[in-house]
Design a protein. Structure first.
Length: 313
């Protein structure tokens, strides 16, 4: 493996774990983590780290040249719930960073780009169950608007300039290593911490709100698998639907109760309920499974067991 990788936004929920996995594959010195703030001890100690504002094209270029970078993973973004509170800041961060990196690829400074999209590209008019790859996309959130715009920018740079840019529409990502970062699906992360710390959780979504979710291990593996796939196997240059599991707050609470019998959940829906209601309840990712053989490993039961085991350790 001769790639040298720069990760922008490495201190975020996905960036944290993706960085460590990439370092085990490509070697610590070949994966440069970066963010606007320093990462955790594991990240800082295990390989190179740079302070980089993802909207600063010149600084990104300097580091590409310094480390002879061949791939950039652009993970820096303002997520759904936070973006609703700071719409223009979210648009600036999410769009300026993407266009900067796409331009650097167009200018042949790097060979390959990874940029995540999201189920937020879908909206209230999208078919909610088994949402297909190609469907009505009328997002109602700032985050979703930036992601659908980004998808078409990616496709444009691929078609017009031959940029090898790849993308996944992440569902809600669940991890025990990093606390929530401002997303609407974050209840499914926070609930495990609160279950162990307090024995109860007040959920900001209603008990029957079904959303597509995925354990972090699967999300990281899908991302790396997509980037390692042969270019001729990548048939979609907007963004691939990606799916693993879907559940409601009630269902995840019942699963936790199998391990923590006295766990209690209450419901107090807030502004995030409206965001969740605009998203699909399940996703059809047959294109990803066909084109580059994507398969998930964790279901709700195995994910819950693994998270609680690790949090107790």
């Amino acid at each position: 493996m001769s790639e040298t990788i720069l990760i922008l936004g490495a201190s975020g929920q996905i960036g944290n774990e993706l960085t460590q996995k990439l370092r085990t594959i490509y070697g610590n010195d070949n994966v440069i983590a970066s963010d606007i703030r320093e990462g955790n001890k594991e990240m800082m100690d295990s390989g190179p780290f740079e302070i980089i504002d993802a909207t600063d094209k010149e600084t990104i270029l300097k580091n590409i040249q310094k480390y002879k970078v061949s791939q950039v993973y652009l993970l820096a973004a303002m997520l759904s719930a936070t973006a609703e509170q700071f719409p223009q800041k979210a648009w600036h961060l999410n769009m300026t960073s993407l266009l900067a990196v796409l331009d650097l690829a167009k200018e042949k400074h790097i060979k390959q780009v990874y940029w995540p999209s999201s189920i937020a590209v879908f909206g209230p008019t999208t078919p909610k169950e088994n949402t297909p790859q190609k469907t009505i996309m009328e997002p109602s959130t700032v985050y979703g608007i930036s992601k659908i715009s980004g998808e078409f920018w990616c496709n444009y740079y691929h078609e017009k300039f031959g940029v090898d840019v790849r993308s996944l529409r992440y569902p809600g990502i669940i991890s025990w290593k990093t606390k929530p970062g401002g997303g609407t699906t974050d209840y499914a992360v926070d609930i495990y911490f609160k279950a162990l710390e307090q024995g109860n959780y007040e959920c900001f979504l209603s008990e029957e709100t079904r959303l597509p979710m995925m354990y972090m291990n699967d999300a990281v593996n899908a991302t790396i698998q997509l980037m390692q796939a042969n270019p001729e196997d990548i048939k979609i240059r907007t963004s691939y639907n990606l799916a693993a599991i879907d559940f409601t707050p009630k269902e995840i609470a019942l699963e936790i109760k199998k391990h923590i019998s006295n766990f209690k959940i209450t419901y107090q829906p807030d502004f995030r309920q409206k965001i969740a209601d605009s998203w699909p309840s399940s996703i059809n990712d047959s294109e990803a499974r066909k084109d580059w053989n994507w398969q998930h490993e964790f279901d709700l039961a195995s994910m819950t067991a693994d998270i609680l085991k690790n949090l107790k350790a």
